[in-house]
Design a protein around this ligand. Structure first.
Ligand code: 6GU
Length: 225
């Protein structure tokens, strides 16, 4: 998989992409992440990427030209399955969307800023628009990092135990059951006895019951899906 991220703050991705599984996924060539500084694509001598909104109002609008130039250049180099605009008014990101995106070969993520981007870009360039939640971030960068992380960890070979993505919370619309590790007693707090019993069938049943109970208590709406 190849992910191209268009941003005015490429340095914001240094942290999220240079540790742990995402770092490993890149060194194993399971994913290539390419960051593009939008200002490099501006025709303006001051590398301007935003301008005042027609009709007035607060805030700046991201201009068509730099974004169009960057996306056009990338599209001339290869085919993109998805060209996604990261925006708080996009579709809410969830596990099924991550699963679907994990199957594409090439995708572009555009990180929005200011009061938004020129609407004509939204009409002509994007295959989808994604939000990561009902709150407003300063820009699309953290959201693009979240989407990339959720997608990359699903790529075959990224997780050491390939089945562990399958047992994630949300993959079967159930939250995960509680987990424990050594010691079996701490401060008088005991680990549920069934987990120490070695009875595989009883353990599986306990885990399923707990997952169901936890989902009913915390996220009942997942069970109506
Ligand atoms: Cl994709 N962008 C911004 N700026 N805020 C958000 C978001 C995206 N998703 C949730 N909040």
């Amino acid at each position: 998989m190849r992910i191209d991220i268009i941003t005015i703050f490429p340095e914001m991705f240094d942290g999220p992409f240079s540790h742990s599984m995402i770092k490993r996924a890149q060194s194993k060539s399971l994913v290539e992440i390419h960051l593009h500084n939008l200002r490099d694509y501006s025709d303006n001598k001051h590398r301007k990427v935003d301008d005042y909104p027609f009709g007035g109002g607060a805030g700046m609008v991201m201009m068509i030209q730099p974004i169009a130039s960057c996306i056009d250049k990338l599209k001339a180099e290869r085919n993109y399955d998805e060209i996604i605009f990261m925006t708080p008014d996009g579709a809410l990101f969830d596990q099924p969307m991550a699963n679907k995106l994990s199957m594409v070969e090439n995708m572009i993520l555009l990180c929005g800023h200011y009061k938004g981007i020129d609407e004509r870009l939204r009409e002509h360039y994007f295959t989808s628009e994604i939000s990561i939640g009902n709150y407003v971030l300063t820009g699309g960068e953290l959201a693009a990092a979240v989407v990339s992380d959720a997608v990359i960890r699903l790529l075959p070979g990224v997780l050491s135990d390939e089945t562990s993505a399958l047992s994630d919370s949300f993959q079967d619309n159930l939250l995960s059951p509680p987990v424990y590790t050594r010691p079996s007693e701490f401060n008088g707090w005991e680990v549920p006895e069934v987990l120490l019993s070695g009875n595989e069938k009883e353990i599986k049943k306990w885990q399923f019951d707990k997952a169901l109970e936890r989902t009913k208590m915390r996220r009942p709406e997942l069970l109506n899906g």
